[in-house]
Design a protein around this ligand. Structure first.
Ligand code: ZN
Length: 176
């Protein structure tokens, strides 16, 4: 397809064709497009993927479609026009993933469901690990003794308090 630069023709009414310099002619080559696809025939996914934009597609979705070359990151299959496409945070926000372009991906709805299950496991692991670390940190900084397999923490004075059978508290150990 040859496109003659419109600007070069304007204002040159006298035999314009003779005045066109070689550099005024741009050759624009289009990769052969799929079948009858055009930006307005409803093939949103195809055109957003190709162009990274489409008047009827949210900008973010179109950009991600282009970045992902029209494929779902989870299953590697193409998005089809009838698919529900959902936005996913690659690293869940609950474990520190940011709400930004490089942490976004598009997934099929059913792939997103699978990813979410996986994310929930990761979040749980992350939280358990974090709680464990915090607990360890706490116990590293205090004095404690084991009583019947239960750690008893000392107070600021280094005293470990226990409880009598009658419910009264008493010092069972003192760190010096
Ligand atoms: Zn998928």
């Amino acid at each position: 397809m040859t496109v003659i630069n419109g600007h070069s023709l304007q204002g040159r009414k006298k035999n314009p064709l003779k005045l066109i310099k070689h550099s005024d002619i741009e050759i624009v080559r289009f990769v052969k497009v799929k079948g009858e696809a055009s930006p307005y025939n409803g093939d949103l996914v195809y055109w957003s993927t190709r162009m990274g934009k489409h008047p009827e597609m949210p900008v973010r979705t179109a950009l991600l479609l282009k970045k992902q070359k029209g494929k779902c990151t989870h299953c590697g299959l193409w998005f089809n026009e009838e698919d529900v496409i959902e936005l996913d945070h690659i690293i869940p926000q609950a474990i520190g993933g940011k709400n930004e372009y490089k942490n976004w991906q598009l997934l099929h709805r059913h792939c997103h469901d699978e990813k979410t299950k996986y994310d929930l496991r990761k979040i749980k692991e992350h939280n358990t690990q974090k709680r464990g670390e915090e607990l360890l940190k706490t116990w590293d900084n205090v004095n404690y003794i084991w009583v019947n397999d239960i750690p008893y923490m000392a107070d600021k004075q280094g005293q470990v308090w226990g409880r009598n059978a009658d419910g009264k508290e008493y010092v069972i150990y003192k760190f010096s």
